[in-house]
Design a protein around this ligand. Structure first.
Ligand code: HAM
Length: 424
């Protein structure tokens, strides 16, 4: 029996019909982030496991259940990156990039891997685009990062999104809050879902954004992080909100938003889009003033976000929006006979070197069949090369967009096609 291979579960192929939209969104993200001063960094897709254990926090769902971890032949434990900030921090420290300036701003775009149960909008390999700003504690940096996230979604064509914002405090105010929360939850532990009962000991804050109805009912009356911020954290949060307001970015206060990674301090945010079901977060991010130190660096504040490209595409499709295909017009060469075919092969080469998009059918078929093929490929113009035309040093052009037919001297053909198709 012949095996029919399929892509591993939780992964997806980007087919040629989708690739252009991907390229457009990737290009848009890079050019916009560049305007905001975020320079591109590309780090390996795997790192030493230790980096993620320390960076993301050993009690997070990602570290406990979702990492693709393997041992190399030298017995070292490696992990496919479940997100990109940890690797960015590692590279920042390894290459002493702090020497380049007090504030270093990075952007990235690439695959991430999590062993989550696949469902709509949730994959085991997905693509994250994002930015990280290291070295600034200023609330204006939080607002800048959020403004960039929103500007990107807007420019991508996703208008109806909701920005949810919260502050979860710092190592000074959080312990007291944690104790109060624990005391509250302990009294109602019987009503929590089994997972949250496990979380009680190690990560009670995470219970705040559990989706199970019984936990939601419990946390509805739970003490909130924003009500227990120390004066510095309260001031920081107020300033982030003021900056966002002055940038015209509306937000919804989400006092139960804590996010799934341990490294966050102060600002946390998520952008959700309609029509995505349970996996509705298209972007998530926040401030992480302790992460760089946890990863072995000097105390350095940081703030950033990441979004999933696959989810953005789903959200755009649900909204009937998104960038349009913008392909360079196609010139199709249709040679009729052996000598014209030889010329066509050379012409195609020459035309492509001048930037024209050119294709031809090597199967030496009838004019009718070649015209059908040109039409199927959406060609703008067909260059018909027959023995007769060649003998007169001419080519016949048939414009498939209704522009009729004409004869052109072969000597000016390339320049003429460039002028007609590349000026759009
Ligand atoms: P996150 O919320 O885990 O945060 O992921 C960010 C975004 O990546 C999500 O909002 C979602 O769009 C996408 N995403 C996450 N998991 C999946 C999945 N299994 N399948 C498809 N898309 C997914 C982080 O990763 C943080 N590192 C964000 C950050 C950067 N915070 C500061 N800097």
């Amino acid at each position: 029996m012949v095996l029919r291979y399929t892509a591993p579960k939780g992964t997806r192929d980007v087919l040629p019909s989708e690739a252009e939209i991907w390229q457009q969104l990737e290009g848009l993200f890079h050019s916009l982030a560049e305007l905001y001063g975020y320079r591109e960094i590309r780090t390996p897709i795997f790192e030493r496991t230790e980096l993620f254990l320390r960076g993301l926090g050993e009690v997070t769902d990602i570290v406990q259940k979702e990492m693709f971890t393997f041992t190399d032949r030298g017995g070292r434990s490696l992990t496919l990156r479940p997100e990109l900030p940890a690797g960015t921090v590692r590279a920042f420290l390894e290459h002493n990039l702090a020497e380049e300036g007090p504030v270093c701003k990075f952007r990235y775009f690439g695959p991430a891997f999590r062993q989550e149960r696949p469902q709509a909008g949730r994959y085991q390999q997905f693509t994250q685009y994002g930015v990280e700003c290291f070295g600034s504690r200023d609330p204006a940096s939080d607002a800048e990062v959020i403004d960039l996230a929103m500007a990107f979604l807007e420019r991508a064509g996703l208008a109806a999104v909701e920005l949810r914002l919260n502050s979860i405090g710092c190592p000074i105010c959080r312990p007291a809050y944690r104790s109060r929360l624990l005391a509250y939850l302990t009294a109602r532990v019987g009503e929590l879902c089994p997972l949250c009962r496990e979380r009680m000991e190690k990560n009670p804050l995470r219970i705040l954004d559990c989706k199970s109805p019984s936990c939601r009912a419990v946390v509805a009356a739970a003490p909130l992080t924003v009500e227990h911020l120390c004066p510095a954290c309260a001031e920081h949060f107020a300033a982030v909100k003021d900056y966002l307001t002055s940038l015209g970015r509306s937000f919804i206060l989400a006092p139960h938003l804590v996010r799934g990674l341990d490294y966050y301090t102060n600002t946390v945010f998520e952008v959700v889009a309609p029509g995505l079901g349970a996996q509705d977060a298209v972007i998530g991010g926040g401030r992480y003033d302790g992460l760089i130190e946890t990863c072995g660096g000097p105390p350095t504040p940081g703030v950033g976000f990441a979004g999933g490209l696959e989810r953005l595409l789903l959200a755009l499709a649900a909204a009937g929006a998104g960038p349009r295909e913008k392909r360079v017009p196609l010139v199709f060469l249709a040679p009729l006979g052996a000598a014209p075919k030889e010329l066509a092969v050379r012409l195609a080469h020459e035309m492509r070197t001048t930037g024209l998009r050119v294709d031809l059918d090597y199967r030496s078929r009838s004019l009718k069949a070649q015209l059908r093929e040109a039409d199927r490929q959406g060609a703008r113009v067909v260059v018909i090369l027959g023995e007769d035309e060649l003998a007169r040093g001419k080519a016949a052009l048939k414009w498939l967009d209704g522009g009729g037919q004409e004869e052109i001297d072969l000597s000016v053909l390339v320049a003429y096609l460039r002028e007609k198709t590349c000026s759009e």
